[in-house]
Design a binder for this molecule. Structure first.
Ligand SMILES: Cc1cc2nc3c(=O)[nH]c(=O)nc-3n(C[C@H](O)[C@H](O)[C@H](O)COP(=O)(O)OP(=O)(O)OC[C@H]3O[C@@H](n4cnc5c(N)ncnc54)[C@H](O)[C@@H]3O)c2cc1C
Length: 515
C-alpha cells in the first residue's frame, strides 16, 4: 500500500530535483505538473493537504466577474480561460451553474449596467456558458422567491462553475496525481529551516506526528506557503520583491435556503458581492473581506453577525437566520500579492488584484508563489514548469497532466454496480456517479468493498451520497492521519453535519477507530 510512512521513508535523507513546501492548491498543482514532466519532486505540508486556505474557499471555479468593476479585463479573460479548461477537464467534479445576481438597494449599479457587465463577461468567457439574462423585479420574484423584493431593481443571470465536492478534495486530486506520477508527498511534515550550500538546498524537516527530525536536499525549492509565504521566505533566508497582504473571509453553512440549484448573489452593506451557494443538502452564505495580520484566523462574533445580517436583509425568509441555524463555519485567509516595497499596513487591500505572481531568485533557485485562486491552478502548474526549465532542469513538453479519467469506463463501473445484489434504483442513480466522480478508475476498489458485505453499502448519513465502503476506502488509501482529514477534507461531511451529529454517528465512530 502507498502509505504515508512509505513516503516518509522515501523522503528521509533523499535528494530531489525540486522540493515544494506547502500543499495547498498551488503546491499540489506544481507537484502534479512537475511530476508529470518526469521531475523528481517532493511535496510536504506541515498539516494535512489543503489544511489551510485551500479548504476555506467559496468552491467557485469562476472567471471573476466582480473584477470587471475594477476594470481588470486581462485577469477576467485569463480566469475565464482557466475556468473553461477546468470545465472540460473535470466534467463530473466541476459543473456549470447559474448565478442569479439581485440588483437591490446596495448594488453599486443598476439593471442596464448589470446587463452590459454580464454580456461582457460572457464574451470574455468565450461564450462557453449559457447566454446571460436580465429580469425585472417581478420576474426575479417569480423565479426565486427567496430574494427580498424590497427596493429590488431586478436581477441578472450569468453562468460560472462550482466544485461539486469540496475545494480540499480537489487539491487532493492533484496530490494523488503527483503521487501517481512518482512524486514523494507527505502531510504533517513541516520545514523548520533551510540552508543553501554550494548551490544545493538542504531542508530541515520535522515529522509532526512522531517529532522525528530529518533532512532532504534539493536543487530547486518552491515556496507554496500561501498565507505563510513570508514565514517560509524567512526560513529560506531569502528576500522577495513582492509581499503579501492577508484578508480573512468567512462562510457559514446553514440549512438549505432554496431548492433551486443555483448560486444567489447580492451586494452586502459595503457593496461587496455576497453569495448563497449550494453545498449538498445545505446552503453556504458569505463571504467577508477583513484585513488581518496573522495567517491563522478564526470566525468572530462580529463576522458571524455580519454574515447573518446580510442574509436576513437580502433574503425573504420565513424566520430570520440566527446563530442556532449554523451547522458549521469556515474561515480562510487570502494571501494577496502586493507588488514592490510598499508599506503593506497602509495599502487599500480590497483594491488589490487577485492575480497570482511567481517570483524567482535565480541565484539561490527559490521560486515563490504569491496569491492565486483555485480557478487559476492549471496556469500556476504550467508556469512553474517553465520556471523550473529556465533554472536548468530539462522537462519535455507536458502531455495531458490533469483531468478526469475516461468517462467510457463509467459505463463498465455502472453495469458492475448494478449487479450488486439488493442495490436500489436510487443507489444506482446517486451513489454510482458520486463514487465515480470522486474516484475515477479507483471506483472498482470501492465496489469490491461493497461486494464483501452488503452492510458496507449503507450510507454514512441517509440523505448524503457517501457510503461506509467509500469512507473506509478513503481512510485506508488517501493518506488520512486524523479524523478531520477524512470528514473535513477528503469529504465534506463535517461541513454539512453538526459536531453532535458526527459524534453520535456509529459508522463514523467505527471508521475513526481504524484511523
Ligand atoms: C474566503 C475565501 C474564499 C475564496 N473563494 C475562492 C473561490 O471561490 N474560487 C477560487 O478560485 N479561489 C478562491 N479563494 C482563493 C483560494 O482559496 C486561495 O487563493 C488558495 O486556496 C491559496 O492556496 P495556496 O496553495 O496558496 O495556500 P494554502 O492553501 O494556504 O496552502 C499553503 C500551505 O503551506 C503550508 N505550510 C506553511 N508553512 C509551512 C512549513 N513551514 N512547512 C510545511 N508546510 C507549510 C500550510 O500548512 C498550507 O497548507 C478564496 C479564498 C478565501 C479565503
Amino acid at each position: 500500500m502507498d502509505s504515508r510512512q512509505q513516503h516518509i521513508n522515501n523522503l528521509r535523507n533523499k535528494s530531489f530535483q525540486v522540493a515544494i513546501v506547502g500543499a495547498g492548491i498551488n503546491g499540489a498543482v506544481s507537484a502534479a505538473a512537475l511530476a508529470a514532466g518526469g521531475v523528481k519532486v517532493a511535496l510536504i505540508d506541515k498539516g494535512d493537504f489543503a489544511g489551510v486556505t485551500s479548504q476555506e474557499s467559496s468552491n467557485m471555479v469562476w472567471g471573476g466577474i466582480k473584477y470587471l468593476q475594477t476594470y481588470e479585463i486581462p485577469l477576467v479573460w485569463n480566469l475565464c480561460g482557466s475556468r473553461n479548461h477546468l470545465l472540460d477537464a473535470f466534467p463530473n467534479r466541476i459543473k456549470a451553474i447559474s448565478f442569479l445576481a439581485a440588483i437591490g438597494p446596495t448594488a453599486p449599479f443598476g439593471r442596464t449596467l448589470g446587463a452590459l457587465g454580464t454580456i461582457l463577461y460572457w464574451v470574455l468567457g468565450r461564450f462557453k456558458t449559457k447566454p446571460p439574462q436580465v429580469y425585472s423585479p417581478e420576474e426575479t420574484s417569480e423565479i426565486e422567491n427567496l430574494i427580498n423584493s424590497n427596493g429590488l431593481k431586478g436581477a441578472v443571470r450569468y453562468d460560472d462553475a462550482l466544485l461539486i465536492d469540496n475545494d480540499a478534495r480537489f487539491v487532493w486530486d492533484f496530490v494523488k496525481n503527483a503521487k501517481d506520477h512518482g512524486a514523494v508527498t507527505a502531510n504533517y511534515v513541516s520545514m523548520v529551516d533551510a540552508k543553501n550550500q554550494n548551490g544545493n538546498w538542504k531542508l530541515f524537516l520535522k515529522d509532526e506526528l512522531t517529532n522525528e527530525d530529518f533532512e532532504i536536499t534539493a536543487e530547486i525549492v518552491i515556496n507554496a506557503g500561501g498565507p505563510f509565504g513570508k514565514d517560509l521566505t524567512n526560513k529560506f533566508h531569502d528576500q522577495t520583491v513582492h509581499q503579501l497582504a492577508l484578508s480573512k473571509g468567512i462562510h457559514l453553512v446553514v440549512p438549505k435556503l432554496t431548492t433551486n440549484n443555483r448560486v444567489l448573489a447580492f451586494f452586502d452593506d459595503k457593496g461587496r458581492l455576497f453569495y448563497v451557494i449550494p453545498m449538498q443538502d445545505r446552503s453556504v452564505i458569505g463571504t467577508t473581506d477583513t484585513r488581518v495580520d496573522n495567517p491563522i484566523s478564526e470566525v468572530t462574533d462580529e463576522d458571524r453577525n455580519f454574515v447573518l445580517e446580510q442574509a436576513n436583509r437580502c433574503l425573504n425568509l420565513v424566520k430570520p437566520l440566527t446563530k442556532d441555524d449554523i451547522i458549521s463555519e469556515r474561515c480562510g485567509v487570502r494571501p494577496l500579492v502586493v507588488k514592490g516595497k510598499k508599506d503593506v499596513s497602509k495599502i487599500e487591500w480590497t483594491a488589490l488584484s487577485r492575480k497570482h505572481e511567481i517570483e524567482i531568485n535565480k541565484k539561490t533557485k527559490i521560486i515563490t508563489i504569491f496569491g492565486g485562486k483555485l480557478t487559476d491552478c492549471v496556469n500556476v502548474g504550467e508556469e512553474i514548469v517553465d520556471h523550473v526549465r529556465k533554472l536548468g532542469i530539462s522537462i519535455p513538453k507536458l502531455k495531458k497532466w490533469y483531468g478526469e479519467e475516461d468517462q467510457k469506463v463509467f459505463s463498465t463501473f455502472e453495469s458492475e454496480f448494478k449487479q450488486l445484489i439488493g442495490i436500489s434504483e436510487n443507489d444506482i442513480e446517486v451513489i454510482a456517479p458520486a463514487i465515480w466522480r470522486r474516484h475515477g478508475n479507483d471506483s472498482f476498489e470501492i465496489l469490491e468493498i461493497m461486494k464483501q458485505d452488503p452492510q458496507n453499502r449503507v450510507r454514512i448519513f441517509p440523505e448524503l451520497d457517501l457510503t461506509y465502503a467509500e469512507a473506509l476506502f478513503i481512510a485506508q488509501n488517501e493518506m488520512v492521519q486524523k479524523s478531520d482529514d477524512l470528514w473535513r477534507r477528503r469529504t465534506a461531511i463535517s461541513l454539512v453535519r453538526t459536531r453532535e451529529e458526527i459524534a453520535n454517528n456509529p459508522l463514523i465512530q467505527r471508521i475513526n477507530s481504524l484511523i
